[in-house]
Write a protein that binds this ligand. Structure first.
Ligand code: ADP
Length: 381
């Protein structure tokens, strides 16, 4: 049985109507956020803090979602409903959806409560995560950042992988030294993006062993003490797996959403599903899934599906998550990463630049969609 998707949850909510004026919660702009993972639905509604009213809305939401699931033969395992105060929302001008995505204190799905501090001047924050290490999470985060910057956006890349920072290598930071201005750490500016990494604050040879509270403190410090200035997008390269850093991030920051990187194999998919569940638990909107190392182009020009091309795409369909594109396994891409030269992926490598350009487009579309979905102007037909 297919699991219900976010689109169908929104359709169900269009059936939840006010008994007096007959308008649905969607028409009344009460839907703040919807996320769905394998039949688990999380809905956040804007409603006054009146127990009776909220209780009715909770029961009504659960009823309409389950009823539509039953009608369409779609699996609904659980429907969680939470509330925020209506005045917490900032109206979003329709012509500026991208800029509004993270500027709104109500956020796009993070656990940050209205009014919590995010990063001043940073409009959209996107986390890039993976269920396991080595699937190309940092590679995707970096090239997403560089690709967005090449389109004229102001972009930052935060190396949130505090256990194994790879940004110094990937961006060729070499001997560059940290600098402070008015007590704030200045980000490095390379390949058109600003970046900060804990790899430049600690001995690169030493293993980084952080216990929970230390990991929390390290991530918080590097995020808040960096002088990011004005950014359209801040991309956060998360550590692999599910752990302290994503939790801290969701508590601390107002996110536009998360991108999950996965290779096609079954074992990688299983880990990616765990990552998706983690984001869902943290109330972080998932922008979609990227399939890395999807296929390999040999010297003979033929394409080889070494790991089973399409596996991650199928997984994203199963979970009802958007698919953001596939990146081939490519020796030049690996060499450019090792040499700290991501710009070459866009200038000297047509199959790779095409793949990353598609990813950049899709991510922007999903961020815009997330903004509309959670904004007060939402309409569902
Ligand atoms: P993660 O962040 O998931 O641990 P990385 O991004 O550090 O993974 O990638 C691991 C290694 O795989 C790096 O050497 C990187 O250059 C290489 N790599 C990642 N994606 C590709 C790809 N599509 N083609 C070739 N090499 C890749």
């Amino acid at each position: 049985m297919a699991a219900i998707s976010r689109e169908y949850v929104l359709k169900a909510l269009a059936n939840l109507r006010d008994s007096e004026d007959g308008r649905s919660v969607v028409e009344r702009g009460m839907v703040d956020h919807v996320s769905v993972c394998e039949g688990h639905c999380a809905v956040r509604l804007k409603a006054p803090d009146v127990a009776e009213l909220r209780d009715g809305l909770r029961k009504g939401t659960q009823h309409v979602v389950r009823a539509l699931g039953q009608e369409l033969g779609m699996e609904v395992k659980a429907v969680e409903v939470e509330f925020i105060a209506p005045e917490a929302t900032v109206d979003q001008p329709a012509d500026q959806p991208m800029k509004q995505a993270a500027a709104s204190p109500t956020n796009r799905g993070g656990t940050v409560q209205p009014g919590s501090p995010s990063i001043p001047g940073v409009r959209n924050i996107i986390a890039v995560g993976a269920g396991k290490g080595g699937v190309g999470k940092s590679t995707v985060a970096l090239n997403l950042a560089v690709g967005l910057a090449r389109q004229g956006h102001g972009v930052g890349l935060l190396d949130g992988d505090i256990y194994g920072p790879s940004v110094p290598t990937l961006l060729g930071l070499g001997d560059m030294e940290l600098s402070l201005l008015r007590d704030r750490v200045q980000p490095f500016f390379v390949h058109g993006i600003k970046t900060m990494t804990i790899g430049k604050m600690v001995d690169p040879e030493k293993p980084l062993i952080w216990r929970g509270p230390m990991a929390h403190g390290a991530f918080k410090q590097i995020t808040e003490q960096t002088d990011w200035g004005e950014l359209d997008f801040l991309i956060i390269d998360l550590p692999p797996g599910t752990g302290d850093v994503p939790l801290t991030m969701a508590q601390l920051l107002s996110l536009s959403g998360a991108v999950i990187v996965c290779t096609p194999q079954r074992v990688a998919q299983d880990d990616a599903v765990r990552a998706a569940r983690m984001f869902q638990q943290l109330n972080v909107n998932i922008l979609g899934v990227v399939e890395n190392m999807s296929w390999f182009i040999g010297d003979d020009g033929k394409e080889y599906d070494i790991f089973g091309r399409g596996g991650a795409e199928q997984m994203s369909q199963r979970l009802g998550l958007p698919f953001l594109g596939a990146i081939p396994l490519n020796m030049q891409l690996r060499a450019n990463c090792d040499n700290g030269n991501p710009t070459a992926n866009f200038t000297e490598n047509p199959p790779i630049s095409k793949a990353f350009d598609t990813l950049v487009e899709r991510v922007q579309q999903e961020v815009a969609l997330a903004t509309q979905t959670s904004g007060p102007t939402l309409t569902v037909n």
